[in-house]
Design a protein around this ligand. Structure first.
Ligand SMILES: [Zn+2]
Length: 292
């Protein structure tokens, strides 16, 4: 699967919000790590692996037009990584400078138009595109006029990574922003701007957050790594990467109830086939109903 097989952008009208799902590229991660304790014969039916045991994952970001601000949620991998890294993770995100910026332009905006960049967490495949290699080889903010918003705990956690998580947090993805005074932190749930709120969904990392979009009458949630693909909808289908899988389990249990009660739209970050849908229950199994 190639990034070019996905449309640069798909748009969902959500009341007063216009939500663009931007395809920032594809990455390939180990299938076993993506599905934790789920045996391969089960997960490979959902997403078949390549000969290196990796599965294709989207690097989907959101660009949300609200009455008061243009908000980008997550920023993909970016352009700062070398060939070896790009090969290991199967990164396919070339553009000008990356496919994310191409996708932003495809819906009529420029990187300089973005007012706020929200990070669900600071792993390289979610926050790597917040900074980029400039012409002189230095690292510069990718969205020059934006404030960057992170959970306070996630930013602290990313700056003192232990051996288990070190490969995922690279300081070049966020320290230049902190040093330039471009970062604002929030501590817990928060209304970012009218129509967009930040919802802590811990488990993948201790301070991971999802983003709730309130279109007045219809709500959607960008789940990020709480539930990276529609295959991860069943409660025990939890990534091996998660630092606190039992916390993920309880986060999912509580949120799934609310999603069903209020009929929220789900938006997946890493599902290469389904950007969004609605949760359905069939014989006690959680499934996805497609929406157009
Ligand atoms: Zn992650």
């Amino acid at each position: 699967m190639k990034a070019s097989e996905l449309p640069l952008a798909r748009t969902l009208e959500l009341g007063r919000l216009r939500v663009h799902a931007l395809e920032a590229g594809i990455q390939w991660l180990d299938g076993g790590a993506m599905f934790g304790v789920v045996p391969r014969p089960l997960w490979e039916k959902k997403i078949p692996p390549d000969e290196r045991h990796r599965i294709p994952l989207a690097l989907r970001c959101l660009l949300v037009e609200t009455p008061n601000a243009l908000v980008l949620v997550d920023s993909g991998v970016g352009n700062k990584e070398g060939e070896k890294f790009r090969d290991i993770y199967g990164i396919d995100n070339e553009g000008s400078p990356t496919r994310l910026e191409d996708a932003i332009r495809s819906v009529g905006f420029a990187p300089g138009d973005v007012d706020l960049v929200v990070g669900t967490h600071l792993h390289f495949d979610h926050g790597g595109g917040s900074t980029r290699l400039g012409e002189d080889g230095g690292i510069v903010p990718s969205f020059p006029n934006a404030r960057y918003v992170f959970q306070k705990g996630e930013l602290a956690f990313a700056q003192s990574p232990n051996e288990r998580v070190r490969a995922s947090y690279m300081s070049k993805n966020f320290l230049p922003l902190v040093e330039a005074g471009l970062v604002d932190t929030v501590d817990g749930p928060d209304e970012l701007v009218e129509g967009i709120s930040l919802l802590p969904t811990p488990g993948h990392t201790p301070f991971h957050q999802s983003v709730v979009l309130d279109g007045q009458g219809v709500k959607a949630v960008f789940l990020a790594d709480l539930c990276p693909t529609s295959a991860h909808l069943p409660l025990p289908w939890i990534m091996g990467y998660d630092l606190e899988p039992l916390v993920t389990l309880e986060t999912k249990r509580v949120l799934w109830e609310r999603i069903q009660e209020e009929e929220w739209i789900l938006i997946f970050q890493h599902d290469a086939r389904e950007p969004w849908g609605r949760m359905a229950l069939e014989d006690g199994k959680v499934l996805l109903n497609r929406i157009d």
